[in-house]
Design a protein around this ligand. Structure first.
Ligand SMILES: [Zn+2]
Length: 406
């Protein structure tokens, strides 16, 4: 895949990509492709052997459908311009632009929850510096590239930073991490040290708890996360495998930065490892509530039970504000990416109640076994989690299920 931002406006890029479709036993292949039906993809050309396959791009469904006529493996070449409205509206006024597939911005065609070997080439104006989910090599003036084997197809995210706006610092041993802050908005030394301390301690803690170190060459994770603090408007934190993005203002001024531990936790539990589809019952209990609870388990381990209890009290107070209102849904009903009190407060409160029944250490091992058993496997279901709990704690599993579904 070749991506060029030369002479392109904010939120735009030109993409040319080629790939081979292996139909295996299927007659058709449906790829996610496109964002807003009217605006995202322009000047699309598709070259392929039309005696072997038929294709149709369905902009409103954000799908690209290939139907087999004959043969099994067929090459396809695509060219198009992409306008990323999410990147434009959220980050356009700022000094960074983020390209993520997670908000229905399928800026390149991919088969969700499948793996592929990919080669990426990026061409950028001199004023822009890129960060990617996977480490990039600088290959020439404005040129960057990488080869990723066995990449989860939807997991390629990019952060494009205005060089002149950013100051990079580097945290050394034991975990090398780059930190990008906006010049003139950098945090205090105290906050900076706090970030390093929490990042180091949580990377060690989670690595041990999940029995799986942060770095994982098989999954293409060959470096510790970079932190990108941006001035995008009103947007939540994100874990994008190679980099964690968050608001510079919040980072510099908020009373604590525990939400960044949550982002680090997504290395293990989250959308890139727990492959439960949006729309499936319990999707955000699996992708978010579990990780938020494990963030609390780290804080409890690192700072002690006093802090933990005060956070639980705070979560409960926030949940009480919506209890028995229309916003107070069963956790299982949250199936889309919406920052939500039910997912981030009610979910962890349920897990805290569950941990009290079976013991916190048992609850941690259970979530760890769930990760070890299911990370990276497609078609994950919320019932897989309940069944796993049920195999060791049948009575508690029934209660837990009840709480999640009511
Ligand atoms: Zn999250």
């Amino acid at each position: 895949m070749n991506i060029s931002k030369i002479n392109q406006d904010e939120g735009n890029m030109h993409v040319s990509c080629s790939f081979v479709i292996d139909f295996q036993k299927s007659d058709s292949v449906v790829m996610n492709f496109g964002g807003d039906g009217k605006l995202s993809v322009e000047n699309l050309t598709i070259q392929t052997d039309t005696s072997s396959l038929k294709y149709s791009y369905q902009p409103d469904a954000r799908k690209l459908v290939f139907k087999k006529i004959q043969g099994r493996s067929i090459g396809v070449k695509m060219n198009y311009n992409y306008t990323n409205l999410s990147a434009f509206f959220i980050y356009g006024g700022g000094t960074a632009e983020l390209w993520e597939t997670s908000f229905n911005e399928h800026y390149y065609p991919y088969l969700p929850d499948c793996y592929a070997d990919i080669t990426l080439n990026l061409e950028l104006p001199d004023s822009i510096f890129p960060l990617c989910s996977y480490p990039l090599k600088h290959t020439g003036s404005g040129k960057y590239g990488c080869r990723i084997n066995g990449m989860l197809q939807q997991s390629l995210s990019l952060a494009l930073l205005q060089k002149s706006a950013y100051i990079r610092t580097t945290a050394g041993e034991p975990y090398d991490m780059d930190i990008y802050q906006i010049a003139g908005m950098q945090c205090s030394k105290r906050r900076y040290d706090e970030l390093l301390e929490l990042a180091r301690a949580s990377i060690s803690y989670f690595g041990k708890i999940y029995g799986d170190e942060y770095l994982c060459p098989q999954r293409g994770i060959t470096q510790y996360p970079a932190f990108v603090f941006h001035n995008g408007k009103g947007f939540s934190n994100r874990y994008n495998i190679g980099f964690i993005s968050a608001s510079q203002e919040k980072f510099s001024t908020y009373p604590d930065i525990y939400p960044l531990v949550h982002e680090i936790g997504h290395r293990w539990l989250g959308e890139w490892t727990l492959l439960i589809r949006d729309g499936q019952p319990g999707a955000y209990f699996i992708k978010e509530s579990l990780n938020e609870f494990m963030t609390l388990m780290f804080l409890r381990h690192h700072f002690g039970n006093g802090l933990y209890l005060s956070l639980i009290e705070k979560y409960n107070a926030e949940y009480q504000k919506i209890i028995n209102t229309p916003q107070d849904e069963p956790v299982v009903n949250l199936v889309e990416n919406n920052n939500n009190t039910v997912v981030y407060r009610k979910g962890p409160l349920i897990l805290d109640r569950f941990a009290k029944e079976i013991g916190y250490e048992n609850c941690i091992s259970l979530i760890s076994s769930f990760y070890q058993k299911y990370a990276g496997k497609p078609n994950l279901k919320y019932s897989d989690f309940i069944n796993l709990v049920n195999s060791t704690w049948p009575n508690a599993a029934n209660e837990l299920k009840n709480w999640i579904e009511n």
